[in-house]
Design a protein around this ligand. Sequence first.
Ligand SMILES: Cc1ncc(COP(=O)(O)O)c(C=O)c1O
Length: 397
Amino acid sequence: MEKTAFEKKYYVERFGTNCVKWDGMKTAYGELDLIPLWVADMDFRCPDSVVEAVQKAVNNGAFGYYETPDSYYDAFIAWEKEHRGYEVKREWLVYTPGVVSGLFAMVNACTEPGDTCLTLNPVYPPFFAAVRESGRKLVTSMMNDDHGAYTVDYADFEKKIVENDVKMYIHCSPHNPVGRVWTREELVTLLEICRKHGVLVVSDEIHQDIIMPGQTQIPTATVGDYSDMLVTMTAPSKTFNLAGCQTSFAIIPSDEIRAKFQKVFGSVHLGNGSSFGAIACEAAYTGGAEWLEGCIETIWNNYCYLRDTLAKELPAAVVSPLQGTYLSWVDLKDVFGSGNTAEYTQKRARLAVNIGDGFYGDGENKSHIRINLATSSDLIVEAVDRLIRVAKEVAAE
Ligand SMILES: Cc1ncc(COP(=O)(O)O)c(C=O)c1O
């Protein structure tokens, strides 16, 4: 596969830097000698604007308390307007260290212990944790899976709300792990069901900028006036590979919801985060647009290679169409059977991928893997090759 100019310039060796994706394989998988295609960050250096801005701060050498400037908020607001068509007001924004901490805080702020919260199934596992670990009850609505193309089962979604007196729905847009970019019609249908039953919606849009060619990401908050019942969580971390910088945004138009949310964070005196996070975030939103274009091209190249090669060499593998995120969702049920995926992918193919069961609220379904595409084309080629080789070996045994 041809390398993109972006990959040639930005691919970076991360092993030995205490990064979770490479060095953390020892903790997560018990061994280091695997191709790391799991946790969602990238093997690419951040945009030059970020590196330069952080370097400038480092050169100053004094790392005291930081007063987050207006320009930091302005950079985010301008990005949302230009790239997402969402007009965000400064007073709606609340700093959170991460989107997940924001989700936990929102569950605690806007529901009571014992209340029920709803998610789709499968979905990013910390959604389940935010509900369960906060002493709330989790209910999930299984999506329709049409040979890897996922849609919401609205009848089930509404039934779950009514039967369980659901107070909050946690949405993922684009959807991790199935890679959906939701249409306007889908978003409106979900929101109208929630409105009808008085359900608060928290939309995690952390992957909002990783959108594949031909797709349009519509911020949930822009499909109608849902400001009294909708909160958006997002961040520069997935977009620009800044997850270690711990800087995210909660966008909360409702004064009432925002006050409840701030009370939770205020109760532990959370503050405004680190100076490096704020500096990196501002520099990414002001100078990272071109970098992002190259990054998406590289992810798309990797995805097309994976999809096309598996279609040819391993047609029993079902690759979900990638509309957004850099995470490819692949069903290997007809390749390795149910329950063997972890064994074959790690022990035989030597891949560190996320195994599907974690993405299901009930822990069932061990036949999927989630592959992180934000790495070099060489590693994707090697990983696909290994998967095909092991599948052929297993079929012949
Ligand atoms: C949907 C989704 N939300 C949140 C996160 C993590 O957010 P943070 O690191 O800001 O807590 C991820 C990371 O993979 C994610 O995929």
